[in-house]
Design a protein around this ligand. Structure first.
Ligand SMILES: [Zn+2]
Ligand SMILES: [Zn+2]
Length: 174
C-alpha cells in the first residue's frame, strides 16, 4: 500500500514547503476498532484533511500543521451517536543526515515508528498519533448532556420523563 505521507526529502526545498493531503481512513492504516471502543463505530465521516508546513533549514526539518476530520462518536452519558469536527494541531522536528544518493524505486524499510528513513520523511505515525490522542475518553454529545433516567431509561435531553425524582415533586403540566 502506498503511504501518501511518506515524503521524499528531495521534494522539500530549503525554506517553507506547504503540503496538503486529503486522505481516506484506509490511507492511514487505521482500523476503526483500534480507536473506538465500540466495535460498531464507523469512526470517520468523510476524509481526513492534513495541512502541513515543513520548514527546512539546513539539515533541520520542522513540521507544523493540523489534522482535521469529522468523526462519529457515542456519548458516554446518553449513548446517542453524534458527529464531531476535530482539528488537531501537529508539530514535530527531525534532523536529517547528509543526503544519500537517490535510489529510485527503492522504498525504505519500515523499521520503527516513522520519521526519517534515508531519503524519506514518513509523517504517517505523527498523523496517526494525533488522531489517537484526540479520541475523547468519555465523549459527550454536548457539555450539559443530561443522560438517561436511571429508572426508566428515557433520554432526559428530550425532556423530563414520568419518573418523579424524590424531593422535587411537582405536578406535571402546570
Ligand atoms: Zn449525550
Ligand atoms: Zn425516568
Amino acid at each position: 500500500m502506498k503511504n501518501p505521507l511518506n515524503i521524499p526529502l528531495a521534494s522539500l526545498k530549503q525554506g517553507q514547503n506547504k503540503l496538503t493531503f486529503r486522505l481516506q481512513a484506509r490511507d492511514l492504516e487505521l482500523r476503526p476498532r483500534e480507536i473506538a471502543e465500540n466495535p460498531s463505530f464507523e469512526f470517520f465521516v468523510g476524509p481526513v484533511n492534513v495541512a502541513l508546513v515543513i520548514t527546512r533549514t539546513g539539515l533541520r526539518l520542522l513540521v507544523t500543521g493540523s489534522v482535521s476530520y469529522r468523526a462519529r462518536l457515542e456519548c458516554a452519558i446518553c449513548a446517542c451517536e453524534y458527529e464531531w469536527d476535530f482539528d488537531e494541531p501537529v508539530t514535530a522536528e527531525f534532523l536529517s543526515c547528509d543526503e544519500e544518493p537517490e535510489e529510485p524505486g527503492r522504498m525504505p524499510e519500515r523499521d520503527d515508528g516513522g520519521g526519517l528513513h534515508g531519503n524519506w520523511l514518513d509523517l504517517l505515525p505523527m498523523v496517526r498519533d494525533a488522531i489517537h490522542l484526540a479520541v475523547p475518553i468519555a465523549p459527550r454529545c454536548r457539555p450539559d448532556c443530561r443522560g438517561l433516567c436511571g429508572e426508566c431509561g428515557a433520554d432526559l435531553n428530550k425532556g423530563p420523563c414520568e419518573c418523579v425524582p424524590t424531593g422535587t415533586v411537582r405536578a406535571r403540566g402546570e
